[in-house]
Write a protein that binds this ligand. Structure first.
Ligand code: GLN
Length: 541
């Protein structure tokens, strides 16, 4: 029997940040629940090779895969929705595409021909899409394009989608995620921007098969009719995507509009099974939770009104664990820098049930984080340190329990006489030569847990594997003295003897991990450490 290989392109219209990533993840989830093997790909238009060098406050979290890829945050959505591990192949950037084409040209792999932007660049995009399909053996591959139609940099990606469709019309499906504004003055949804966006897509040679219409409310029948007429699509191909209580409602809502029926029919497939019940039950259940739990994220990447994108995996992990205990998470974003200016402001931490210090780079805000960690330790507020948050915990402990006042990390103070957190040996040359891209300690590494630790209790096993992204590490020279004074070394990398988890004894929950557990939490399978952190926070309140 011939293998099924279908491709769904997801293109944005009107404006960005309306949930194209969640829509693509939801499409993956829905089609997976219909019994198909899916893979999601994110294409980003920037010339960067990966997201590792991009400022998180502007572009959102850098998501780290098992294989160490530093990718766009949407890969996190894909993993959370489909529970399928994403890797390097699930992420394509303009930079990667050009780099490969130029590499091949230098190796005389174009047989003496001149290398053209078209078709050689789109061909390389197509090659990468197909490679991802092959590696994942996916029957349906969902390819999301970053940005919106009309942006110049999208042109070559649209051309790739057009070429694939032209060659293989029965196996390629394109949909647009559009946005319908409701101007306050008029109080009604307007479809004109969507109409223009569709025309722009048409001018790239692409006729979409379906439009997902993001708006604050469901679409009225008449507006569906208008879009249907203008865009030459039957009404069942204009799907409402109103604002939702949680992102996990999105696949359920799409299905209410018969999304999978239209898609599968168009690409010539039949549903093999129907198994989204667990998910539906979950999305219903969390809406009825009223008891709140307040968790503070003490960080610094707060350029926008909302920090959702910067800390999305952390936020979702808090959500998953809170919902597990039937608690409604109330997440506060607290700027660490303000504690440096005014210590009295630390008192605001009295009203929170738990504190998280997330990952971060550079010394801005670090002293404020150390003060917050001190406050959490002294006042027995549950504390969970993620990567930088583990290093902060260690510095705080060395400064205030060991009384080593100048204890620091070499990242924060390269001249410190007491580097309790030091530069990893293999990072020294990389930093010196400014080899920054993709050179941190990245991806999944194993750790062994010590049996009498909170972490062992949480995971309920001895061997774990978690994803990393850092250049600095716990300095083993200080291990004995820190341990003697009450710091528990709870997890060790067995191959390199690196400290991966530290815990404070005689505290309800003060745990710091050198890795990023937030990448592995799933809505129906919260991460064990987040679960126990929330449990401790619950017991405090
Ligand atoms: N800046 C720290 C390091 O590189 C922590 C990194 C992080 O939090 N991801 O080690």
């Amino acid at each position: 029997m011939e293998k099924i290989k279908k491709y769904i392109f997801v293109v944005g219209g009107v404006m960005s940040s309306v949930g194209k990533g969640v829509a693509s993840a939801s499409i993956g989830k829905i089609l997976q629940s219909k019994g198909y093997r899916v893979a999601n790909i994110k294409c980003d238009m920037y010339v960067n090779i990966d997201a590792g060098t991009i400022r998180p406050a502007e572009h959102g979290e850098v998501f780290v895969g098992e294989d160490g890829v530093e990718a766009d945050q949407d890969l996190g959505n894909y993993e959370r929705f489909t529970d399928k591990i994403c890797a390097r192949d699930n992420y394509i950037t303009t930079g990667q595409v050009y780099q490969e084409v130029i590499r091949r040209e230098r190796n005389l792999e174009y047989g003496g021909e001149d290398v053209e932007v078209v078709p050689d660049i789109p061909n390389e995009i197509i090659r990468r899409i197909k490679l991802c399909q092959k590696k994942n053996r996916s029957e349906i591959t969902i390819i999301e394009f970053g940005g919106t139609v009309g942006e110049y940099q999208l042109v070559l990606f649209l051309e790739a989608a057009r070429m694939m469709k032209a060659k293989d019309p029965d196996n390629v499906f394109t949909l647009m995620v559009s946005y319908l504004p409701t101007p306050e003055l008029l109080g009604e949804q307007k479809s004109k921007p969507t109409q223009f966006a569709i025309r722009t897509l048409n001018s790239a040679g692409i006729i979409p098969d379906l439009i997902l219409c993001r708006a604050s409310n469901p679409l009225s029948d008449s507006i569906k009719q208008t879009i249907s007429t203008v865009c030459s699509l039957s009404k069942d191909r204009i799907i409402s995507a109103p604002d939702v209580y949680s992102i996990y409602d999105v696949p359920v809502n799409f299905e209410k509009e018969n999304f999978s029926k239209v898609v599968l029919e168009t690409i010539g497939l039949k549903a093999r099974e129907k198994n989204m019940e667990d998910w539906e039950k979950f999305s219903r259940r969390i809406k009825n939770i009223s008891k709140e739990i307040t968790v503070a994220i003490v960080g610094k990447y707060f350029n926008f009104k909302s920090c959702r994108d910067t800390y999305i995996s952390v936020i979702e992990s808090i959500n998953h664990a809170s919902w597990h205990f039937n608690l409604k998470p109330n997440i506060l974003w607290l700027d660490a820098e303000k504690y440096e200016k005014d210590k009295n402001r630390l008192k605001e931490l009295d009203k929170v049930d738990g504190i998280i210090i997330p990952g971060g780079f550079g010394n801005r805000g670090a002293e404020g984080m150390i003060l917050a960690a001190k406050y959490a330790r002294e006042n027995k507020i549950p504390y969970f340190g993620l990567c930088l948050g583990m290093q902060i915990l260690t510095i705080e402990f060395a400064r205030y329990i060991l009384k080593t006042e100048d204890a620091d990390s070499t990242e924060l103070n390269p001249k410190t006489a007491n580097p309790v957190i030091c530069t990893m040996e293999d990072q020294k040359n990389k930093i010196k030569n400014r080899e920054y891209g993709g050179t941190m300690r990245l991806g999944a590494y194993p750790a062994k847990l010590c049996k009498d630790s909170l972490s062992y209790k949480a995971y309920n096993r001895e061997s774990i594997s978690e994803r990393h992204r850092h250049r600095y590490e716990f300095n083993n020279d200080y291990r004995d003295i820190l341990e003697k004074n009450g710091l528990r070394i709870a997890g060790i990398n067995p191959n390199r003897n690196l400290v991966e988890i530290v815990e404070i004894k005689n505290h309800p929950f003060m745990v710091g991990v050198q890795f990023h557990p937030e990448f592995k939490s799933r809505p129906l399978k919260p991460h064990p450490l987040f679960k126990d952190f929330i449990m401790a926070a619950k017991n405090k309140s």
